[in-house]
Design a protein around this ligand. Sequence first.
Ligand code: SAH
Length: 207
Amino acid sequence: MDYEQARDRLVADLVERADLSEQTADAMRAVPRHEFVPESRRSDAYEDRPLPIGNGQTISAPHMVGVMLDLLAPDPGDRILEIGTGCGYHAAVTAEVVGPEEVFSVEYYDDLAARARETLDRLGYGEISVRAGDGRDGWADHAPYDAAYLTCAGESFPPALVEQVRPGGVVLGPIDDGRQRLVRGVVGEDGLRDREGHGYVRFVPLQ
Ligand code: SAH
């Protein structure tokens, strides 16, 4: 199977269907998604759907990663906090825009964090920082961030996350108040402002 050709086809399709920005499309074209999924799933890596990655967790569907990167719309050099490293794919796509040294990612499960670390090292994303722990605490050592996003759904944005993003920065993720919605907010002087919903989604729960 020609992975590069399959990836180009998928990204072209997403640009058309999800109206992805050129910046996001370029980032997605650069990252070999098949290297992040279990070997037995490689042939499905360029289908637009989530795939299992172990520990009952899933890598998000490509369109969701693209839509989230568009909503985050980081500039090169922005510092980004990710909660839910999973297999590391989404972090690598983000790193294509901001630079790997500006991506900080927290994963709840030690073994997923260790595996993501290995994959990222092997593929040249060794400068992405990964820590195993509870993402509800964010990662204070490297704050303030220009933006933060969650790849798992909580009832609200964890307060530590909002505190660690600079005023004017973006917080993004699935929020579950009965039904999951992708929510984007801007950090103001006194918590989040300009909260907007961006459709109904399905993510694994925040532990
Ligand atoms: N971005 C990932 C998607 C992973 S799915 C990728 O590209 O593969 C969501 C991830 O969030 C899972 O790996 C899950 O273990 C993790 N997670 C769930 N609760 C968490 C928490 N409290 N802190 C950090 N990570 C968490």
